[in-house]
Design a protein around this ligand. Structure first.
Ligand code: ATP
Length: 351
């Protein structure tokens, strides 16, 4: 029997980069049982809902999954998920619904410069721990007539403490040297003030790892000007979302930024930082590396450290030697060319 991993193949560029990722993960020599999970269009087709409870249940059972991006309809209102006990979850988007239905609470996004590719940002090496259950993405907003709209920035002690604890534990387990909290507590004194004070509380219990904090605007400036200031960052949902796209852009492409959604009881869903990129979907030119590296992250979490290292090392070699690069990195390779080049490198290294 193989290793069971759920697969949400998504839409937009999702199916293309999923095929590439599974190809590379299979080149580790591990044997996988890929379990398709119907979400989005597939969920509607199979069960009549973009996030069917059957699929939520399946993800809880398999615990580990690879999820490609799902198109997010802008200005489309709310998603309602009815539960067996009669309660209803109301969410602002499908991605948000998946995270909250499963209790996934932190999204680690390791972003690293690549020699020969990232120019001035080759030394950028920052791991962003994005809180993913609340903040302005909680969906608590309403119109006031047609002349104003009000949106709540939710911060709870539970979520702020939980993400900070995860960041310090992550830093310790991954040999990282510093944890920084990103906030705007001078302007949003209560919501961000609480986020920061929870962070400081957790930092005080982890004196072996140095910590500090920065305003979010200054953080964007430092990220662009002197990214070596940062090691591990803890941020509320929106700041983490924006800073991780910024870091990805600095190292060369959103297609290089992996990530995962982590929840209780060992639940982990590997997911690239980028979206479904409808502008390039179906052309076979999407960069699959962010999802491939997310797959490596999943392997490491599952205890397959050697295989995770194989994938990461081969990916770095293919990129540094410019062996196969998609158009976002200035090359003309296809999505599958990149996957085949990485798989080939892995086999060569094994000899
Ligand atoms: P979301 O809100 O779901 O994060 P988005 O609207 O912010 O999505 P993306 O889908 O991430 O946007 O795309 C932003 C830009 O980056 C687009 O021009 C897209 O083509 C490009 N892009 C994103 N991912 C990739 C990739 N894997 N390879 C190449 N280009 C990409």
């Amino acid at each position: 029997m193989g290793i069971t991993v759920g697969v949400v193949k998504g839409n937009g560029i999702g199916p293309e980069i999923t095929e590439a990722t599974l190809h590379v993960l299979e080149a580790t020599g591990l044997s996988f049982d890929w379990v398709p999970v119907a979400i989005g269009d597939e969920g509607v087709k199979k069960y009549g809902h973009p996030l069917p409870q059957e699929s939520v249940k399946l993800l809880r059972e398999v615990k580990r999954a690879i999820k490609a991006p799902l198109l997010v309809d802008k200005f489309k209102g709310r998603l309602y998920c009815e539960h067996e006990d009669g309660s209803v979850g109301v969410y602002p988007s499908l991605n948000n619904a998946i995270r909250r239905e499963l209790g996934l609470y932190v999204c680690p996004r390791p972003i690293k410069g690549i020699p020969g590719i990232s120019g001035n940002y080759e030394k950028l090496d920052v791991h962003i721990m994005r809180e993913i259950t609340e903040d302005v993405y909680s969906g608590i907003e309403h119109m006031i007539g047609d002349y104003a709209a009000e949106c709540t920035k939710l911060t709870t002690r539970l979520a702020a403490i939980r993400v900070a604890e995860y960041a310090f534990q992550y830093a310790r387990q991954n040999g990282r040297k510093r944890v920084s909290c990103v906030h705007k507590a001078n302007a949003v004194s209560m919501a961000d003030g609480l986020f920061l004070s929870c962070f400081r509380e957790v930092a005080a219990k982890n004196p072996d790892i140095p910590s500090d904090d920065f305003m979010v605007d200054a953080s964007a400036y430092f990220m662009a000007k002197c990214p070596e200031k940062f090691d591990v960052i803890v941020a509320a949902n929106q700041y983490g979302d924006i800073l991780s796209d910024l870091a990805a852009g600095l190292v060369g492409s959103l297609g290089l930024a992996p990530g995962a959604n982590v929840g209780p009881d060992g639940l982990i869903i590997a997911e690239a930082s980028h979206g479904a990129a409808p502008d390039i979907a179906g052309k076979g030119i999407a960069n699959p590396i962010a999802l491939i590296l997310s797959g490596a992250l999943l392997l490491r979490e599952m205890g397959y450290r050697k295989e995770a290292g194989q994938v990461e090392d081969a990916t770095m070699r293919v990129l540094s030697w410019k062996k196969a690069m998609t158009p976002d990195l200035g090359g003309n390779a296809s999505t599958m060319d990149v996957a085949r080049a990485i798989a080939h490198e892995m086999r060569q290294a094994e000899r």
